[in-house]
Design a binder for this molecule. Structure first.
Ligand SMILES: *[C@@H]1O[C@H](CO)[C@@H](O)[C@H](O)[C@H]1NC(C)=O
Ligand SMILES: *[C@@H]1O[C@H](CO)[C@@H](O)[C@H](O)[C@H]1NC(C)=O
Length: 121
């Protein structure tokens, strides 16, 4: 195979692997249908701002959009969102991160923010 074809194929495979639709959702998780829901966006923005509080210098993330997400009701609502965000200290385009937030009555808890590994929750 021509090396360029191989590279193109590799890129395509990488992109396909990144397609979140391949994640299987199982109970108690429910896939979030409306990724533009202002409430969901608010959760994501809140999570990123919490994360940024712990980050020094220019390594902060700038939230762009929610690309996938699930929620589960566990004494409050637990959100696991895949978000596109830009690392301010890098010149590369936005990357995907996984954000976990526990949203309870009057309190929100930041669980984690990690580079997306493509795995479900
Ligand atoms: C910030 O750092 C503190 C201390 O290491 C940790 O307990 C907390 O969970 C961190 N918060 C975020 C949003 O990463
Ligand atoms: C952003 O990029 C800097 C420099 O490479 C890195 O140290 C930091 O961990 C990155 N932030 C995230 C959230 O990946």
């Amino acid at each position: 195979m021509h090396p360029h074809c191989f590279l193109a194929l590799l890129t395509l495979l990488t992109l396909l692997n990144a397609v979140p639709a391949t994640r299987k959702v199982s109970a108690p998780w429910k896939e979030i249908k409306d990724l533009k829901d202002p409430y969901v966006i608010g959760i994501a923005e809140w999570g990123v701002s919490e994360y940024n509080k712990n980050v020094t210098g220019t390594n902060k993330l700038v939230f762009q959009s929610v690309t996938w997400g699930v929620s589960a009701f566990i004494s409050g609502t637990f959100y696991e969102l895949v978000i596109a965000a830009k690392n301010q200290s890098l010149t590369i385009p936005p990357e995907e991160y996984k954000l976990g937030v526990w949203d309870r009555f009057l309190t929100r808890l930041f669980m984690r923010l990690i580079k997306d590994d493509g795995k479900f929750v």
